[in-house]
Design a protein around this ligand. Structure first.
Ligand code: 76R
Length: 248
């Protein structure tokens, strides 16, 4: 058996994609819409408070294209908290004007391919900051799930550690070229959801998503071993943008 990579886990993640029921929203009374919007703002404020207390982090983005209208990406200490957020939102008046389009459950993950620095990693503030990150409020988000292939000669899980480490190093070097332009959060989802990882990217210039993902396609670890799900791309929704999106 090949040696499994060691992983460190941080906050649990829920990517909660929703679509608007625009017909119902349009037919609603003005007062009902106002109540629904107030509820939504109360949630945004509550999630902001959790972030300030460093008990989690939430990012809200609109989604371009027909796959969804917006996404709430939540990071929290436990799966229970993620479930509570989801259920509390579902009970709101606002939620009755939305329907679920997609969701993804995973956990922030770091692996040891690039080598450990020694000592207890959970005592290292840099490691902890990566495992429990404040989600950047950059202009754009890109999310997609992925697997490492298991077929014939292209079976990632049959390769020995050294081979995988060398490929991951090359992967990391490409990624580093995008430092400051793209922030990536890798979340592991083996045992939690239908794919093995969620990839969440943030950028102020959306074009950098295309540049980065394209360049990686030529790198062996993506070229030979990457299988990808649907891509979701969108724009930051802050409080004012929420009102703009929902205004009729
Ligand atoms: O954690 C690190 O920074 C060390 C290097 C590193 C690891 C171990 C790293 C760097 N990644 C790692 C692991 Mn990554 N990453 C992806 C995708 O579209 C594609 O082709 C693949 C999707 C992108 C865009 C990306 C970006 N990475 C992983 C893993 C887990 C693998 C495993 O355990 O087998 C996956 C699935 C994955 C996928 N990666 C980086 C980036 C970027 C931008 C970096 C540089 C980060 C930095 O140095 O700041």
């Amino acid at each position: 058996m090949s040696e499994a990579a060691q992983t460190l886990e941080g906050w649990y993640a829920l990517h909660d994609f929703r679509s608007m029921d625009w017909t119902a929203w349009r037919l609603a009374e003005e007062s009902e819409r106002k109540h629904a919007l107030d509820e939504l703002h109360a949630f945004l404020a509550q999630w902001g408070g959790v972030e300030q207390q460093k008990q989690g982090s939430t990012a809200v983005y609109s989604i371009v294209g027909q796959k969804a209208d917006f996404v709430f990406m939540h990071l929290r200490e436990t799966l229970e908290e993620l479930n509570e957020i989801e259920v509390a939102f579902n009970k709101t008046t606002f939620a009755s004007y939305t329907y679920p389009s997609y969701s993804y459950v995973s956990i922030v993950e770091l692996s040891n391919y690039m080598g450990a620095s020694g000592g207890d990693p959970m005592e290292n503030p840099e490691v902890v900051a990566r495992l429990k990150p404040e989600l950047p409020k950059w202009r754009h988000i890109c999310f997609y799930p992925m697997n490492k292939r298991r077929s014939g000669n292209d079976n990632w899980y049959m390769l020995d550690m050294e081979e995988r480490r060398a490929m991951m190093r090359s992967h990391g070097m490409i990624g580093r070229k995008y430092a400051g332009k793209v922030k990536q959060i890798i979340t592991g989802s083996v045992g939690f959801d239908n794919w093995e990882w969620g990839v969440t990217l943030f950028a102020n210039d959306a074009l950098q998503f295309k540049k980065l993902v394209y360049e990686m396609r030529f790198d062996e670890v993506s070229a030979r071993f990457g299988d990808f799900g649907d891509f979701y791309v969108g724009n930051l929704l802050d409080g004012e943008k929420v009102d703009e999106l929902l205004k009729l």
